[in-house]
Each structure stands twice: as structure tokens, then as C-alpha cells.
Design a binder for this molecule. Structure first.
Ligand SMILES: [Zn+2]
Length: 182
């Protein structure tokens, strides 16, 4: 079922236009169009290595945990946690999903600064995806990495109360985000 679900997601993503740079590279096209074969091949590898128990734990249980963590971002993180930014929705920062979903659980941060490569904006907000991006930046494989500016953070902070200033601030923020460099 996981495989079919992923295949549907792949078919949907094949229509997306926002990864044009990746689509031009043969290596990523190969990964994209052969993904189901990788999953099947990995299952065969696990079965050969450790039999049925390793297949169940390494492919079945692992996929279920991964999918629940991923879906938890849009369900748990819109129900339980802390809201530190004024985002106009119910998004929350949830440390448990932050751990399980590799930093994506700092979801109020994400909604406040959707352009930001970093979700865990505080040093104590564990965000392994950000650590990988920092590494890729350090070795020159990632460039133009975007982060929210202090001005943007001040404008999104929960203590902003005046409706008029919020509206004008959000317009300025959107303008900054569309130009957005850190
Ligand atoms: Zn959300």
C-alpha cells in the first residue's frame, strides 16, 4: 500500500513545475521515475539479509512510522504545541514531531517563514534537516540558502496586536519574502 501511495504522490509531483532545476538533471530524473523499483529492490535486499523479520521491520514498520510522522506535521502540529508567531492559523511548534520528522515539527516556525530553509529557529529546536543543509552549504553544494531576517521575525512575533500595523507589516513582509535573502 505504501508503494502505491508513493507512486500516486510521484504521479502528482510529476506535474509540479517548481523543481525545474532538478528535472533537468538526468540523475534526479532517474531517481524520480524509478522510485518504485528502489523500494522493491530494498525489500529484496532486506529479505536476503535477514529474512521475513527484517523485511517487516526494515520496510513495513519503518514506512508506517515515517508516514505517521509525516502526516503528524499537518494534524498533530495544527492541534498540540506552542504558537510563537502570528500566522493566522492553528500551526504549532511540537518538539516530538520535530524529533520524529527531522525538524518539520517546528511547524509554526514553518508557517511564519515558509521561505526559510531552517525550521528549528532556536538552537534548542532540533532540526536535523537544517544541519544537513548547513553541511551542504559548508562544502559548497548548497548556495543562496534563505533564512528569516530579524525584521521579519519581529513583525511575525505574537505580541503584534494592532490590526492596521499587522496588515501593513504583512504586505511589507511578503515583499521582503519574494525578494528574500537572509
Ligand atoms: Zn501546516
Amino acid at each position: 500500500m505504501t508503494m502505491f501511495l508513493n507512486f500516486e504522490i510521484l504521479q502528482h509531483e510529476a506535474r509540479l513545475k517548481n523543481v525545474g532545476d532538478l528535472k533537468r538533471q538526468p540523475f534526479y530524473r532517474f531517481l524520480h521515475y524509478t522510485y518504485p523499483l528502489h523500494a522493491i529492490g530494498f525489500g529484496v535486499f532486506l529479505y536476503a539479509l535477514g529474512g521475513f523479520p527484517l523485511l517487516v521491520w526494515g520496510l513495513g514498520v519503518r514506512s508506517v512510522i515515517f508516514l505517521h510522522a509525516a502526516f503528524g506535521i499537518n494534524s498533530i502540529c495544527h492541534t498540540w504545541g506552542q504558537q510563537v508567531w502570528d500566522t493566522g492559523n492553528l500551526s504549532q511548534n511540537n518538539w516530538l514531531i520535530g524529533l520524529l520528522a527531522h525538524g518539520e515539527g517546528w511547524h509554526n516556525n514553518h508557517h511564519a517563514f515558509e521561505h526559510s530553509a531552517r525550521h528549528g529557529l532556536e538552537w534548542w529546536q532540533f532540526d536535523i534537516t537544517w544541519y544537513v543543509i548547513r553541511f551542504l552549504e559548508a562544502v559548497g553544494l548548497a548556495t543562496d540558502v534563505k533564512l528569516p531576517t530579524e525584521t521579519q521575525k519581529n513583525r511575525r512575533a505574537v505580541m503584534v496586536t494592532s490590526n492596521n500595523s499587522q496588515i501593513s507589516d504583512k504586505k511589507e513582509l511578503d515583499a521582503e519574502v519574494s525578494n528574500g535573502r537572509h
